[in-house]
Design a protein around this ligand. Structure first.
Ligand SMILES: [Zn+2]
Length: 325
């Protein structure tokens, strides 16, 4: 069986392959362009949108070392065949499918979701021998409400803010969440201002066929009459005195009642680009691996739940094999 190790990214020691290494490597596979999955590698493979995002975020020199690998096309790396499958997480996100010479197969999910998303390709799920899966929301209390209900709640929040004479400020991460919220606001017919970190990435969405509503550059002196989108980190840089407003965070952690206090916002909308607990269980069923390894979040708890279902599953980050003693 292929050995796997979490070493600041996933590493396959028997073949020396890195995936989502957080430090620069001679060669790596990059699953998607979120900053905790990328580094300026000497050479890497990724989808075309991921390389376009990396060009904007890491610079042209880093992006030029990328080899575009479209979904479902084989890439031979020494004795390994590598293939990317859509992960449904953000535009260009990929799950990495590796096959050895002896025909053994492994799937590394990176970040993924199986729910429908407005600003990402639909997931495609292969079957493999070994699954390495992210488990950010791997506990039963992490169950997201239906996406359409959350979309409607975000639209109503903006419209009600306008009716009450307050500016709705939506805190959204600039890559993925911001563009999903822009799609949600497509039919609201209200002018939108967005921070430059968001606007810089929007043309990549347009390039790959995701049509987004127009935005104006964020202008703190003229925010009135707009829905305002900005990354959470920008909020503390706002001038002390801005016109009446209300603030909402858009994050999967919003399913916790306490999230409002953690983010210090009036509302938190539980819209996530990760799989929730039931999606994770259903995904393992679909992939039907002999062995599952879990990375990120509630790894030990979910591995334990999977073992209770009769599946071989382990945390890559905790020593849960002690449970066997
Ligand atoms: Zn991500």
């Amino acid at each position: 069986m292929l050995q796997v190790v979490d070493r600041g990214g996933l590493f396959l020691p028997s073949c020396g392959l890195w995936m989502d290494a957080r430090r620069p490597k001679r060669f790596a596979v990059v699953s998607h362009a979120h900053s905790d999955h990328t580094a300026p590698h000497q050479s890497f493979i990724a989808t075309a949108p991921t390389i376009d995002f990396m060009r904007i975020r890491l610079g042209d020199a880093a992006a030029r070392r990328g080899i575009v690998l479209p979904y479902r096309e084989p890439y031979q790396h020494g004795p390994l065949k590598i293939e990317l499958f859509p992960a449904g997480h953000i535009l260009g996100s990929a799950m990495v499918h590796v096959t050895t010479e002896s025909g053994e197969s492994l799937l590394y999910t990176g970040d993924f979701k199986t729910r429908f998303g407005l600003a990402a390709e639909k997931i495609q799920v292969p079957q493999v021998d070994t699954l390495v899966m992210e488990s950010t929301f791997g506990r039963p209390d992490f169950t997201f409400p239906p996406s359409l209900a959350v979309h409607e709640a975000i639209r109503s929040y903006c419209q009600q803010s306008f009716a009450d004479g307050e500016i709705p400020i939506l805190l959204v991460y600039s890559l993925g969440k911001a563009q999903e919220v822009l799609k949600i606001l497509e039919d609201v017919q209200l002018p939108i201002m967005a921070h430059r970190a968001i606007r810089a990435l929007n043309p990549v969405y347009q390039k790959y066929g995701f049509c987004l509503p127009a935005t104006r550059p964020l202008d703190c002196d003229n925010m009135e009459g707009h829905i305002v989108l900005m990354p959470p980190s920008v909020r503390k840089k706002l001038p002390a005195k801005i016109p009446p407003h209300r603030t909402a965070m858009v994050s999967g952690w919003g399913i916790k009642e306490s999230a409002r206090f953690r983010y210090r916002t009036d509302r938190v909308f539980p819209l996530s680009d990760h799989a929730d607990y039931s999606e994770l269980l259903q995904f393992v069923k679909q992939v039907n691996p002999r062995t599952t390894y879990l990375m990120h979040g509630s790894t030990a708890a979910l591995a334990s739940d999977l073992r209770r279902q009769g599946r071989e599953a382990w945390s890559l980050t905790c020593d849960d094999q002690l449970e066997l003693l």
